[in-house]
Design a protein around this ligand. Structure first.
Ligand code: GAP
Length: 512
């Protein structure tokens, strides 16, 4: 996939009512987006898939919905006030600001691309007899590039770990990274920039309190740990799940809904006995990967990426990366956060936050495994994987969203062949019967072919056409999105055929 396909996906999202630029009629607000009539359905289905997989499939996981505003000391305790920073660098000629770490990561990705292209070329040249592993180990150009990459990578990981901003700048200089706009290497120093938005609560006359818009939903879970544990009589191990908005003043906001200033997270904190966290970390990695792969986009599109830089409170961390049109990118983070958050809240609040373990007959601060996935990134990966341009009969191209049926915004398009002779009324009758089970859409405008294309473009897995024969024998033509096959079926069989395939329950059954 390429940047070109990505552009098409972005415009498709707008054209078919999935995603709009926020405040568009006022020329937009950068890195903020609105979900349209199709987008909200897809987004809600993604959230339901995640929520149900957590709180239905795990008896020991419960959900909450905490407020966005929280006491400001929470963000001191969590480390966000002091350390939730991005390293920024400016180009003095273009006056543009960049994330220093992203410039270096992009540079490494370019070296990877060079290596991969070299391999692809050789694979074509040698055909069947090509031994990729041997080629990678012996080709001088590849070895040279790999050594370059490794050196940058080692320096980069160390600079991040040591929080060494001068070294980050030096890597940019040594790698001769240029500003994509000015083309120059005229860089400023690297500085830290805090990502939290703040506002004021209460009137200024009363001495208003500075509050933050939460940059993650997780802290709402930590500060409710005791409330949920006690009122729910929860026994360790157990988890608390939450879906909600988060806000970050991203300086380098780009790639559509990949990096936004207002976004949504689906987070789950799983509380375990100290010492058992790495075992649970491995279990949750498996569970979460299975959840992703069950959508059927192809296992090769996913990989784990272990963190180079572990946050000071983490003892293991990995990302689930998905192959977006612009390369493999993080969609979800899985972190073993030790007892950092609960201990820190205990210290800052002065309240004891511990769990009495009846089996061990002692109290302790639980350790935490966190799974944290961005709804919007999940949305983007779903759209990217589903978007497909296919050549159909007659040399025509159709754009089809091959969405998993359980996630599709509309499950059934109902199309009267013509707008008269009682066909629209019959079509409406079918919708009235089925609308309790799943979302249907009525469409009578344009030719049947055009209407099929419109439904393909929004990913509707089934369409039925109501014609004159329908009035006589109560049958319709059902048409399947992916195969475009059609068959005649009785109206009273429709609910059975469709419910089975679009049901969230059946999707969930594949991951237990
Ligand atoms: N509580 C842990 C946490 O927030 P994170 O890696 O900073 O970890 C988790 O964020 C997930 O949230 C990411 O994997 C990504 O999917 C999503 N996310 C983070 N920042 C985002 C942004 N600016 N725009 C969209 N999604 C974002």
């Amino acid at each position: 996939m390429s940047e070109d396909v990505f552009k098409k996906i972005v415009s498709h999202c707008k054209e078919y009512g999935f995603v709009f630029q926020s405040s568009e009629i006022y020329d937009g607000l950068s890195a903020v987006y609105d979900y349209g009539q199709m987008g909200v359905e897809l987004k809600n289905n993604i959230k339901k898939y995640w929520w149900d997989s957590m709180v239905l499939l795990h008896e020991n996981v419960v959900g909450i919905d905490s407020a966005i505003f929280m006491h400001p000391t929470i963000w001191k305790a969590s480390g966000h006030v002091d350390a939730f920073n991005d390293p920024l660098i400016d180009n003095k000629d273009s006056k543009k600001r960049y994330r220093a770490d992203v410039l270096i990561e992009d540079h490494m990705a370019k070296i990877d691309d060079k290596i991969n292209k070299e391999v692809e070329k050789a694979a074509k040249r040698f055909g069947e007899s090509f031994d990729e592993a041997m080629f990678r180990q012996t080709n001088p150009r590849i070895l040279e590039n790999q050594a370059k990459r490794n050196e940058v990578h080692t320096r980069f990981a160390k600079a991040l770990n040591d929080n060494n901003l001068d070294e980050l700048r030096q890597i940019i200089v040594d790698c001769e990274i240029v500003d994509p706009i000015s083309g120059t290497r005229n860089w400023t120093d690297v500085r830290q920039f805090n990502l939290m938005f703040s506002t004021e609560m209460g009137s200024t006359a009363d001495g208003a309190m500075k509050v933050y818009l939460r940059p993650e939903t997780a802290q709402g879970i930590f500060v409710n740990f005791l409330n949920v544990q006690k009122t729910g009589r929860m026994k360790i191990p157990f988890g608390i799940a939450q879906i909600g908005k988060a806000f970050r003043n991203e300086i380098v906001a780009r790639q559509f809904i990949f990096r936004m200033r207002e976004f949504e997270q689906m987070e789950m904190q799983f509380f375990v006995r100290p010492g058992e966290e790495l075992e649970w970390f491995a279990k949750w990695k498996d569970i979460r990967m299975k959840w992703h792969k069950a959508l059927g986009f192809g296992d090769h599109k996913y990989r784990f990426h272990d963190h180079d830089k572990l946050a000071h409170y983490a003892n293991a961390a990995t990302d689930v990366e998905f192959e977006m049109p612009f390369g493999f990118k993080e969609v979800e983070g899985i972190h073993s956060r030790t007892d950092f958050d609960l201990s820190s809240h205990e210290k800052f609040s002065g309240k004891k936050i511990q769990y009495f373990d009846p089996e061990l007959n002692k109290s302790y601060t639980p350790y935490v495994i966190e799974t944290s996935i961005g709804v919007d990134r999940m949305f983007l990966s779903t759209m990217s994987a589903a978007y497909c341009e296919e050549e159909v009969e007659g040399g025509e191209t159709r754009v089809v969203l091959k969405l998993p049926a359980a996630l599709a915004p509309i499950k059934l398009g109902v199309l009267p062949l013509i707008k008269k002779d009682g066909l629209p009324e019959k079509a409406q009758e079918i919708i009235d019967n089925l609308k309790f089970d799943f979302k249907c859409q009525y469409d009578e405008k344009d030719s049947i072919g055009k209407r099929y294309r419109r439904q393909d473009a929004i990913g509707t897995p089934y369409c039925v056409t109501v014609d004159h024969q329908t009035l006589e024998d109560n049958t319709v033509t059902i048409r399947y999105r992916d195969t475009m096959e059609q068959e005649r079926v009785a109206i009273d069989k429709l609910a059975g055929i469709i419910s089975d395939k679009v049901s969230m329950k059946n999707l969930l059954k594949t991951i237990v």
